[in-house]
Design a protein around this ligand. Structure first.
Ligand code: C5P
Length: 221
């Protein structure tokens, strides 16, 4: 038996990597599997929420009862998120968004020209989806509860605390190493205004259920 702690709530979740195109064939991405975000979507749905799952390119099955919106780039993901959050109560940014994208996307395949010269890539910064949403009216008025993730290779507690402050969000989840890309297990560190709390290591779906419970406890009634 699971109590429907999110009944009547709308949850928006970003998940997976983004793909930043270089040309019609190539692009820049990362190793995010999307499993954690998809597990959170499933857990939120089980808890009775209406769930919109905004997914970068992943090959994970959509949880039952979840509305999935597929995107590629960080800019697409931001646009999809901004379309969904005005009616949402909770925003969970679980995606591994590319920090940078190539300055321009070539409209034809970049070809070797035989001269031995190599292309030089120039990058520009992507929008920070979580920070943008957290600075919005709805989050500021506390109608929208924002949750971010931190995947760090070292000094997790220090970086997680700093990240929560910098993004201006009430709850930040740190992934306690080893890096969990593609793994089925995870262990989460919760950082809120009161301090730091370690949750037990568990399969991602159990972690997701724990997190949903922790979020539900922190919502305004
Ligand atoms: O800034 P950093 O990437 O370390 O922060 C990670 C958190 O911010 C994650 O919750 C991630 O989904 C979110 N993020 C985002 N848009 C970005 C970069 C990160 O929403 N461009």
């Amino acid at each position: 038996f699971q109590p429907k702690v999110l009944a009547g709530r709308k949850v928006v979740i970003t998940a997976g990597p983004t793909f930043e195109a270089l040309d019609p064939i190539r692009g820049i991405t990362n190793h995010s599997s999307g499993k954690m975000g998809f597990a959170i979507a499933r857990a939120a749905r089980e808890a009775g929420a209406e769930v919109a799952l905004i997914a970068g390119p992943v090959s994970v099955a959509t949880p039952r009862g979840v509305r999935r919106i597929d995107v590629k780039s960080a800019r697409d993901m931001l646009a999809a998120t901004q379309a969904e959050v005005p009616a949402a109560d909770i925003f969970i940014a679980a995606a591994a968004v590319a920090d940078w994208r190539p300055v321009a996307e070539a409209d034809q395949k970049i070809k070797k020209d035989g001269s031995g010269e190599v292309p030089v890539l120039r990058f520009t910064e992507n929008p920070d989806i979580l920070a943008t949403v957290a600075q919005g009216e709805r989050a500021k008025s506390r109608a929208l509860f924002c949750v971010g993730f931190a995947a760090e290779s070292h000094d997790l507690v220090k970086h997680a605390k700093a990240k929560r402050e910098r993004k201006g969000i009430p709850l930040l989840v740190g992934n306690i190493g080893p890096l969990t890309f593609g793994q089925d297990d995870n262990q989460m560190l919760l950082v809120d205004e009161k301090g730091v709390q370690e949750l037990p290591r568990a399969p991602k779906i159990e972690c997701a259920r724990q997190l949903v419970g922790e979020i539900a406890r922190r919502l305004p009634r």
